[in-house]
Ligand binder design. Structure first.
Ligand code: UDP
Ligand code: MG
Length: 332
């Protein structure tokens, strides 16, 4: 085990053929400058362009340092990172995007923060270079998340240039979660997290993989994966409607005794109906609470399929088992 590298750099790749060469040059340059031993794990997340071939070629250039995980299809950015997390050998793990929006030159900052004793290093983008639409959406999402999940202390959730200590990564890999959001998951296990500002660039080439619907789906992943507040809100709403309708029924009963029946008793009927709808919503909410929890437990489908792994056989470890006893706690 002594020839394990100090740093593991984890990069998800989905249709990034134009970016990979520059990524390789700048990344290896800044890592060589750091003077630490390192490995780079790139996951090809079902690219349909030439990314697969380019990655294979990069592996051949530096077989002991560059490892490639080839997925059988597109399983998403977070699963691509998870697959790499299951295989990391380094003590410090850094994630970053392949499109060079996270400058590799910033890695030294993160390494310094981990060496200063932090186990998770979050980042916020100092001058974010994205479309107005993305900035607005992201701002809104960060606000809702901060309200729903006050325990997840993160200024900027979307920046994927982050650093973790090995034990945190092993814990994350052991969860087996299929719809997850890695930075939030890491904070569940962190004992001494910190946040640093990093530069952000425009996409070097190509296009973002996130369209409007993918963004919405991803937002729900974060919400449902780390909070049951949406379910609780349904329950609360049901309770509120029930109480209001009950008061309405009491009011109509008294009114009927004093003033007499209203138009053909129609409103009494409405009051009763509203009361019942309130109860229906309430029970649906309570049911949802249970279903939500059961759902969280039973999602045990294979979260991704690896077609092949390109790595130097000499340095590869056949299989790695992780023993973890911690349980991921939900936010209440
Ligand atoms: N990515 C991936 N699988 C996907 C979508 C994206 O591995 O299904 C990778 C992509 O190659 C990039 C990173 O995740 O390295 C971030 O994706 P992108 O730049 O498209 O997202 P944005 O920066 O617009 O949020
Ligand atoms: Mg990007």
């Amino acid at each position: 085990m002594s020839n394990n590298p100090y740093l593991s750099i984890v990069i998800p790749v989905h249709n990034e053929q134009e970016c990979l060469e520059e990524l390789y040059q700048r990344l290896t340059q800044s890592l060589d400058n750091l003077g630490k031993t390192y490995e780079i794990i790139l996951t090809n997340d079902g690219s349909t362009d030439k990314s697969g071939e380019i990655l294979e070629e990069l592996h051949k250039r530096r077989p002991s340092q560059i490892r490639v995980i080839d997925f059988n299809g597109n399983f998403g950015q977070h699963m691509a990172i998870m697959a790499a997390f299951e295989r990391v050998r380094g003590e410090i793990i850094i994630t970053l995007d392949a499109d060079l929006q996270n400058p590799p030159e910033e890695i030294s900052k993160l390494v310094a923060a981990i060496e200063a004793g932090h186990d998770v290093v979050n980042t916020h983008r100092l001058k974010r270079q994205d479309s107005m639409f993305r900035l607005f959406f992201s701002h809104l999402h960060n606000k809702i998340r901060a309200w729903m999940m006050p325990k997840l202390k993160m200024e900027d959730e979307g920046c994927m240039l982050r650093a973790y200590k090995r034990n945190i990564v092993d814990l994350m890999a052991s969860t087996g979660e299929a719809t997850t959001f890695i930075p939030a998951l890491a904070l569940n296990y962190a004992s001494n997290p910190t946040e640093v500002g990093v530069a952000h660039a425009e996409r070097a080439a190509g296009e973002t993989s996130y369209n409007f619907f993918k963004l919405i789906r991803y937002n729900f992943d974060v919400m449902t994966g780390f909070s049951i507040v949406p379910l609780q809100m349904t329950t609360m709403l049901g309770m509120l409607i029930s109480v209001c309708s009950f008061l309405f029924v009491v009011f109509l009963m008294i009114r009927r005794l004093i003033v007499g029946p209203e138009v053909e008793g129609v409103f009494t009927l409405f009051a009763i109906m509203f009361f019942l709808i309130g109860i229906v919503l309430l029970s649906m909410g309570i049911n949802g609470e249970y279903i939500g929890r059961i759902y969280q437990e039973v999602r045990k489908r294979p979260r991704f399929v690896v077609r092949r792994v390109l790595e130097d056989k000499e340095t590869s470890i056949a299989h790695k088992t992780i023993h973890v006893s911690s349980v991921l706690e939900n936010e209440g």
